[in-house]
Design a protein around this ligand. Structure first.
Ligand code: PGA
Length: 247
């Protein structure tokens, strides 16, 4: 573990080793505080983390029975049972394989008739649970955290946002066609994320090396929302060798 600014940085040899370190961190949080409030992320990067958490549940009895979970974001227009919705991703990767109470899992409602109210509901539900204890985050190649795209404000809250074409392009791999990727999402804001008690950011692969460098040691700017994570003193970055190669 080394320090860059006030961020702790832990580098694993491989993506799998890095994911196992993140899973160990989350599992430690749940052991220390079984009723933890966990902030969860979707995307390619955390898949191996969830696989390891499912293993820890099955083999070591790691229990999710008392946790509440809050996901960062959801696509606008995709219902909970849509195969590419983030609710479905979470069911497939984690929720259906562990003993979490579905009633305690919160993903923004992307098909609510009043999307602004759905965003406010997510904020309020987080507050009702006393805030997020540990937030898991990925980082987009454009520096986004959750769907807070470049230009997002430091004090932004959970809201409806437009996705950039680079994000739509990056996420097209999960859909049959780029034209099927929703163009809007509900996302926790940067202000919301920064209220988490601790934050774990995970990035793997050479394609993330430059943005990881910009986020950690480049200019703090709206153009790289992840650079705002420096404002928080409880952030740990978990990187593989490739993602750490420009530090
Ligand atoms: P990825 O997405 O894990 O699919 O690379 C990360 C992100 O966009 O936050």
């Amino acid at each position: 573990m080394k320090l860059i600014g006030n961020a702790s940085v832990q580098v694993g040899e491989t993506a799998v080793e890095t994911a196992n370190l993140v899973a160990a961190r989350i599992s430690q949080q749940m052991t220390d505080q079984p009723a933890s409030v966990l902030g969860l992320a979707t995307g390619g990067t955390p898949v191996a983390v969830y696989q390891q958490l499912v293993r820890l549940h099955r083999q070591n009895g790691l229990s999710f029975s008392r946790v509440h979970t809050f996901n960062l974001d959801e696509y606008v227009g995709l219902a909970a049972d849509h195969p590419q919705s983030y609710r479905m991703f979470m069911r497939e990767q984690l929720f259906d394989s562990v003993d979490v109470d579905p009633e305690r899992t919160f993903v923004p409602d992307g098909v609510a008739s009043d999307l602004a109210a759905a965003a406010a509901d997510h904020e309020n539900a987080i507050r009702d649970q006393g805030g997020i204890d540990l937030q898991l985050l990925g980082i987009g190649q454009n520096g986004h955290i959750a769907f807070n795209e470049p230009g997002s404000a430091l004090d932004s809250r959970t809201r409806v946002v437009d996705l950039t074409s680079s994000t739509i392009q990056a996420n097209a791999r999960f859909f049959a066609d780029a034209a099927e990727v929703p163009t809007r999402a509900i996302t926790m804001g940067i202000g919301t994320i920064l209220e988490s008690k601790s934050i774990v950011v995970m990035a793997t692969g050479a394609a993330k090396a430059e943005i990881v460098r910009r986020a950690l040691v480049g200019e703090e700017t709206r153009d790289c929302p992840a650079s705002y994570l420096r404002r928080h003193d409880g952030v740990t970055w978990y990187l593989d060798r490739e993602a750490a190669s420009q530090l």
